[in-house]
Design a protein around this ligand. Structure first.
Ligand SMILES: Nc1ncnc2c1ncn2[C@@H]1O[C@H](COP(=O)(O)OS(=O)(=O)O)[C@@H](OP(=O)(O)O)[C@H]1O
Length: 303
């Protein structure tokens, strides 16, 4: 992240608040969805209603742990490749995190602005749609997402831990985690994947063929780059390359955030019963839907 200090300062501040926060006090609910009090406030949510998106904003939508830092990095590398200018992060890039005045300050920022968000589709500010900003949405299979989420809580020393993986799993399945239910997030997005200005990308596809994924992302946002430039961005966006720089880009939390970057790590934690429960939930919520097919659940979530 180019403006390291601001980005890292924000993360460090959130970690500092986390230190003093017990898990039982971590969440507050806004419009039915739990958010971490260390990162979100109701004042900021109120101010978000006044946020004015621009048609050339780059919106990156994802449920937590589905690869938002990955696509943020890819976009900033694409901007650098095209303009030779480092993308400066004047604010923490998650749209709904920060103080309520940030939207006023953001009015002064040059285009293109990168807006990452974990908000559910129906909670996004209306101006994103009204002003036709392009949205890239990244999904990851729910089993690896849950495992990544659990490790983040339990590995980062300052973030409140769960008593066990089983306890986390119960909360995840009920949507009692930051930004609410994966399945609600997915059901919400399912109806909008073919909307104008929306592009879907799958974490597992990006993992399988990073260069092809980056090419699609570049085309969607209208970057005109040579094959060689795309290759360079790709080489800088592998898990290993990003992890190696993670302390520099994300501070102390970096090595925890860039933990494993693998597909199928869920096999190390899920019990038979948990597998069955999640398979049933998928069946109930997403089987037979366009997103259900795009997630390739059979390939990535069956042993
Ligand atoms: N380059 C690259 N390649 C493969 N995987 C990557 C990459 N960058 C980040 N990641 C993995 O994404 C997981 C973190 O997701 P997020 O960035 O969305 O986390 S957060 O919600 O913003 O905290 C987290 O997954 P796990 O390793 O499974 O925990 C990261 O390792």
């Amino acid at each position: 992240m180019a403006n390291k200090s601001k980005f890292i300062d924000y993360i460090d501040e959130a970690l500092e608040k986390s230190k003093e926060t017990a898990l039982s006090h971590l969440f507050f609910t806004h419009q039915g969805i739990p958010y971490p009090i260390t990162m979100c406030t109701s004042e900021t949510f109120q101010a978000l209603d006044t946020f004015e998106a621009r048609s050339d904003d780059i919106v990156l939508a994802s449920y937590p742990k589905c690869g938002s830092n990955w696509i943020l990095h890819i976009i900033s590398e694409l901007i650098f490749a095209e303009s030779n200018k480092k993308y400066e992060y004047p604010e923490f890039p998650i749209l709904e995190c920060g103080d309520p005045e940030k939207y006023q300050r953001m009015k002064q920022f040059p285009s293109p602005r990168i807006l990452a968000t974990h908000l559910h589709y129906d909670k996004l500010p209306a101006s994103i749609f009204n002003n036709k900003a392009k949205i890239l949405v990244i999904f990851r299979n729910p089993k690896d997402t849950a495992v990544s989420f659990f490790h983040f809580h339990n590995d980062v020393p300052d973030i409140p831990s769960y008593g066990s993986w089983d306890e986390f799993f119960r909360h995840f399945m009920k949507g009692q985690v930051s930004w609410g239910s994966y399945f609600d997030f997915a059901i919400n997005w399912n109806k909008h994947l073919d909307d104008e200005n929306v592009k879907f990308i799958l974490y597992e596809d990006l993992k399988k063929n990073l260069t092809a994924g980056i090419k699609q992302i570049a085309e969607f946002f209208g970057f005109s780059l040579t094959g060689e430039q795309i290759e360079t961005v790709s080489a800088q966006s592998t898990f290993q390359a990003m992890r190696a720089k993670s302390q520099e880009t994300h501070g102390a939390v970096g090595p925890f955030l860039f933990r494993k970057g693998e597909v199928g790590d869920w096999k190390n934690l899920f019990s038979e019963t948990q597998n069955k429960e999640m398979d049933e939930k998928f069946q109930e919520c997403l089987a037979g839907t366009p997103l259900g097919a795009k997630l390739k659940y059979e390939s990535y979530c069956h042993a």
